[in-house]
Design a protein around this ligand. Structure first.
Ligand code: FMN
Length: 218
């Protein structure tokens, strides 16, 4: 099998797992690989507006159960349950942008620099990220890149997964804040994802044909 065939097989292999075998566990080596791929994911201007919470606390899972209705099948059997947080209020005044510039990317941060002006113009004019909600949606959508990378990596390691948006965001954020897991002024729940080993057959793909989703513009 050539690499192209392998990649297409992998896309068929990954599916939204509804029934996990609670007795099967992901090795540390595999889990560290999935997390390392998440960490290395690209983000807008390299600001990495995310954090990954591996939830191992059963009381917290119980507290979230009713509000995370799309995750209930994962709570019952998935080996790993992850909440991906997105940063709030990530405009040019955010201490996180200063931190990323100075401590991670290694260049001095000056709010009057051409770089800072570009960030401001991008946020305010190009993408119209002018409200707290718009800024959160921008950081939140970036978290779907590590989400996808984690699921594809898992599939390559023969690990099953399920992406999860079936939850009440306000209630989950409140539960996480009540458990001292997040500061809701700084973080919001973007998306959840579970990993483990299936206790069901892999479901065949149902997708639109290529011509419905792909156009070449000449
Ligand atoms: C953003 C997103 C949110 C989803 N939320 C849920 C969910 O809450 N619960 C669930 O069981 N499946 C969820 N799914 C799984 C989808 O239903 C599934 O990916 C889709 O039907 C395609 O099937 P496949 O992933 O098996 O190919 C979600 C998928 C995505 C991409």
């Amino acid at each position: 099998m050539d690499k192209n065939e392998e990649l297409i097989n992998l896309a068929h292999r990954r599916y939204a797992t509804k029934k996990y075998d609670p007795n099967k566990h992901i090795s540390d080596k595999d889990w560290n690989t999935i997390m390392e791929v998440a960490r290395l994911s690209p983000s807008s201007m390299g600001f990495e507006p995310w954090q990954f919470l591996l939830i191992e606390n059963d009381d917290l899972k119980q507290a979230m159960y009713d509000d995370a209705w799309g995750a209930q099948k994962s709570f019952n059997g998935a080996d790993k349950f992850v909440i991906i947080l997105a940063r709030k209020n990530m405009d040019i005044n955010s201490p996180h942008i200063k931190h990323m510039s100075e401590d991670v990317q290694g260049h001095a941060f000056d709010p009057n620099s051409p770089f800072a002006k570009k960030v401001i113009s991008f946020q305010e004019n190009d993408f119209k990220l002018n409200t707290a909600r718009e800024l959160f949606d921008w950081t939140s959508k970036q978290t779907y890149i590590p989400l996808a990378n984690m699921m594809t990596t898992a599939a390559a390691l023969d690990i099953d997964s399920c992406p999860i948006e079936g939850f009440n965001r306000a209630n989950i954020d409140r539960i996480l804040a009540d458990h001292d897991v997040i500061d809701p002024e700084k973080w919001g729940t973007s998306v959840m994802v579970s990993f483990g080993y299936r206790d069901q057959a892999i479901t065949p793909k149902k997708r639109q044909p290529m011509e419905a989703v792909y156009r070449v513009i000449k």
